[in-house]
Design a protein. Sequence first.
Length: 372
Amino acid sequence: MQLYGSTWTPAELRRRVGHLSQIGGVRLLVSDNGPSRGVRFLEFRCGTGFVFEVSVDRGFDVGRCEYRGASVAWIPPTMLPAPWYFEDQDGFGWLRTALGGLNNTCGLTHIGNPEEASVAHYNFPARPSERYGVHDRAAMIPAELISFGERWHEGRLVLEAVGRVTQAQAYGENLVLTRTYRAEVGSSFFTMEDLVENQGYLPTEHMLLYHFNIGFPFVDDGSKFLAPSSPPPRLLFGNADVNDPTSWSRFTSPQPNWTQQTFEHRMVPNDSGEVEVAIYNTRLFGGTGVSIAYDAGTMPRYIEWRMMGEGQYAVGIEPCTNGFGREAVKADGELIVLQPGDRRAYRVQLTIIDEEHAAALEAKHRARAPAL
């Protein structure tokens, strides 16, 4: 295992520490102050300066995440509140409680702005339709913690946690998301593997979007968005000249009175069907960024949220199963309907990247450009 600039065997490391937590590991902790009081979280420490916290009670998503003391995530003024403060009277309550931290799981039955849809197939005449709020509610459902800890595997110390989020109601959906995080001591990445299953007895519509919120100092004036995108993107919200690549591929300093921009990109996957995008800051630690790789087969759409406003200064990396607008999704044949017992698997990997990795990523994207 590579750690602290040297290669170590498990036996050599054991001789040097009183407990493995001296070099890294997973700890279950509880917040005891502010709006997040009572929220459980798992702290992953990788020994490289890469630390992230899985908020057990907030959809089993990652809240805080740091590399060498620099936050990867945008942290909202609401300070990642507990799920019992979730309110959704007007359909926009998600913005008060869910948005923020490194990742918000959007779904499991709806993504996008508030919409109403028929739920007559659930056979409850008193509720023929349902009003879905922004990005649904998975991010605000407490998870059942299945397991967590460390294990040696082929000379590597693997950090792992498994949780289960159930989005269900009487006369409605019964979708279960089982999520597994894996990281390694000596590395600066994690994988997130999801299995979504319809455990009910009626067909259920399914939508999923991963809302990764990258913040300062990874996002800063001059930071780059690296992606195998076939330009120009489609502008969903805000104002921008999409024919000017800097309008979506470069970031500015925080701007006063900014209106959000939302772009939909057409990504070109590599030969393995994977898309890797990154936000790279040439000035951070001599060149450092964060990349997210995902399977374009299961998440064929991609949204970029470019928010350059003061205070709310973040960029969203958002692979998803479909576009926005339920009627348009149906018309395009993208609406996923899970029959009883159906399952869908998803996987993403988040990696802290250096100058060499960023250069290689840009070269790969350029090599594919003639085919775009």
